[in-house]
Ligand binder design. Structure first.
Ligand code: NAD
Length: 292
C-alpha cells in the first residue's frame, strides 16, 4: 500500500480520497475547508496541516480542485516538496494550456505527472465508478493507472500532456449541445401534440438518440430515473456545465476551431446561471424553453 497525498476534498475529492483509504492506502489529506477535512478524517484519511506536509514522502499525489488557478497555485507550492519518485495526478477539470504548464513544471523537477479529469458526478466519485481521461507520457500513465483504477471504472489514456483535459472539454461540449437539442426537441414535440413518452420511445431507438436522451432524459417520468424526476435537484449543476462550456470555447478560440453549437450552448447556460439557476441540474434548461 502506498502513501498518497490528496488535495481538494470537496464534492468529488471527498469520495475519491475515501475510496483510496478504503483500498488500504495511507492517505494524507488536505483542504482549505475544515468541514471537508473532518469528513475525510471520518472516512479514514489522515489530516495534513497543509499541502506541503501532505506531499512529504508521498509516492502519489492527487489534486481535485475547482479551477486552473487553484491547480497552478497548489502545484507551485507542492512540486518542490514532492519526493523524487512521486507521480502527480491532477483530476480537476481545467484548461489544457494550464494542464500542460503545471505538468511541465513537475517534470522539470524530475517528477511524473498526468492530467486525469473525470466523467461522472458526485455519486460516481463516492461509488468509485468514475471514468478517467488521462494525458501524459506512457510511463507516467502506467504509474498513475493503478491509483486511478481504485477510484474509477475506466481509465483511458487520451494522449500526451493536456490530452485528458482536451478529451474532457470536447466530451462535455457534446453533452451541453446534445442536452440543449434534446430539450428543445421535447418542447417542440409536445407543442406539436406528441406525448413525451411516445416521442421518447421513438427517438431513443432512432437517429435522435444520445446519452442526453436515453440516460439523462430531461422530462419527468420518461426514461430512466434522472434529476428531472427530482425537480432537477442533484445531478450535474448548470454552473459546472457552464464552466466546462467556457473552457471549451476558450480552447476553441486558442486553437482556431469553429464550434458554433458549443458557443450557443454556452450562451444558453450563461443565461440560466445569470437568472440564479446555476445550482439546478443542467437538464432543467428544458423549463426555460417550455416557458416561451
Ligand atoms: P468543490 O468545490 O466541491 O471542491 C473543491 C475543493 O477544493 C473544496 O473543498 C475547496 O475547499 C478545495 N480547495 C480550493 N482551493 C484549495 C487549495 N488551495 N488547497 C486545498 N484545497 C483547496 O468542487 P467539486 O465538485 O469537488 O469539483 C472538483 C473538480 O472536479 C472541478 O474541477 C470540477 O469541474 C470537476 N468535476 C466536478 C464534477 C461534479 O459533478 N461536481 C464532475 C466532474 C468533474
Amino acid at each position: 500500500m502506498a502513501r498518497i497525498a490528496f488535495i481538494g476534498l470537496g464534492n468529488m475529492g471527498g469520495g475519491m480520497a475515501a475510496n483510496l483509504a478504503k483500498a488500504g492506502h495511507d492517505v494524507r489529506a488536505f483542504d482549505l475547508s475544515e468541514d471537508a477535512l473532518a469528513r475525510a478524517e471520518a472516512a479514514g484519511c489522515l489530516r495534513a496541516p497543509d499541502a506541503v506536509s501532505a506531499v512529504d514522502g508521498a509516492e502519489a499525489v492527487v489534486t481535485m480542485l475547482p479551477a486552473g488557478t487553484h491547480v497552478e497555485q497548489v502545484y507551485a507550492d507542492i512540486v518542490p516538496a514532492c519526493a523524487p519518485a512521486a507521480v502527480l495526478m491532477d483530476c480537476s477539470t481545467i484548461d489544457p494550456a494550464t494542464a500542460k504548464r503545471v505538468a511541465a513544471a513537475a517534470i522539470a523537477h524530475g517528477l511524473a505527472a498526468v492530467d486525469a479529469p473525470v466523467s461522472g458526478g458526485i455519486a460516481a466519485a463516492a461509488a468509485g465508478a468514475l471514468t478517467f481521461m488521462v494525458g501524459g507520457p506512457e510511463d507516467a500513465f502506467a504509474r498513475a493507472e493503478p491509483y486511478l483504477a481504485q477510484m474509477g471504472k475506466a481509465v483511458i489514456r487520451a494522449g500526451g500532456r493536456g490530452a485528458g483535459q482536451a478529451a474532457k472539454i470536447c466530451n462535455n461540449m457534446i453533452l451541453g449541445a446534445t442536452m440543449v437539442a434534446t430539450c428543445e426537441a421535447f418542447v417542440l414535440a409536445q407543442k406539436l401534440g406528441l406525448d413525451p413518452q411516445a416521442f421518447y420511445d421513438i427517438s431513443s431507438v432512432s437517429s435522435g438518440q444520445s446519452w442526453s436522451m436515453t440516460s439523462y432524459c430531461p422530462v419527468p417520468s420518461v426514461g430512466p430515473e434522472t434529476p428531472a424526476d427530482r425537480n432537477y435537484e442533484g445531478g450535474f449543476a448548470a454552473a459546472l456545465m457552464l464552466k466546462d462550456l467556457r473552457l471549451s470555447q476558450q480552447a476553441a478560440a486558442e486553437a482556431g476551431a469553429h464550434t458554433p453549437m458549443g458557443a450557443r450552448a454556452a450562451e444558453l447556460y450563461e443565461a440560466m446561471a445569470a437568472d440564479g439557476e446555476g445550482g439546478r441540474d443542467f437538464s432543467a434548461i428544458i423549463e426555460r424553453f417550455a416557458r416561451r
